[in-house]
Ligand binder design. Structure first.
Ligand SMILES: [Zn+2]
Length: 149
């Protein structure tokens, strides 16, 4: 794991940045430190907030059941996050990079959102959609009904 992200008390600059979603000041600061460390091309400063916002926006859509929408070009960094399951992948990845107390706090936040996601989406009954091309199973949030399949 990253040394910067393991710092117990993130530096002052990180504590002065706006909080990430509903996370505590300490957790938000640890996320800012991680995002600014440059460890990943995908997780640039502000991305965790954006991913959480995208997840919330999906869940805030009106109507009862929601179907996921696959991205038109899943390998393109600009479009891949059109698929909310890919947004959830990114949040899972970020969670794994955080120091333990912050990881727990983000995981707890995600549990609430995931419960709503499970409630509003339907299980995809077609097992051929449960694995990727190499046969590795997708996380559960990919094994939900998509528009048009
Ligand atoms: Zn694209």
């Amino acid at each position: 794991m990253l040394r910067a992200a393991q710092e117990r008390r993130p530096r002052q600059w990180a504590r002065e940045l706006p909080p990430v979603d509903l996370l505590s000041r300490d957790a938000s600061a640890a996320i800012h430190v991680m995002e600014h460390s440059g460890y990943s091309h995908e997780v640039q400063p502000g991305r965790t907030s954006q991913f959480l916002r995208a997840y919330r926006e999906f869940l805030r859509r009106p109507g009862g059941r929601l179907a996921l929408t696959a991205s038109e070009c899943p390998s393109c960094p600009g479009c891949r996050y059109d698929d909310v399951a890919v947004v959830r992948d990114a949040l899972e990845h970020i969670t794994g990079e955080l120091p333990a107390p912050v990881r727990t706090e983000l995981r707890r936040l995600l549990e609430g959102l995931d419960a709503e996601f499970r409630r509003r989406t339907l299980h995809d009954p077609d097992p051929s959609h449960w694995v990727d091309r190499s046969g590795s199973p997708y996380p559960w949030w990919h094994r939900r009904r998509y528009v048009g399949r």
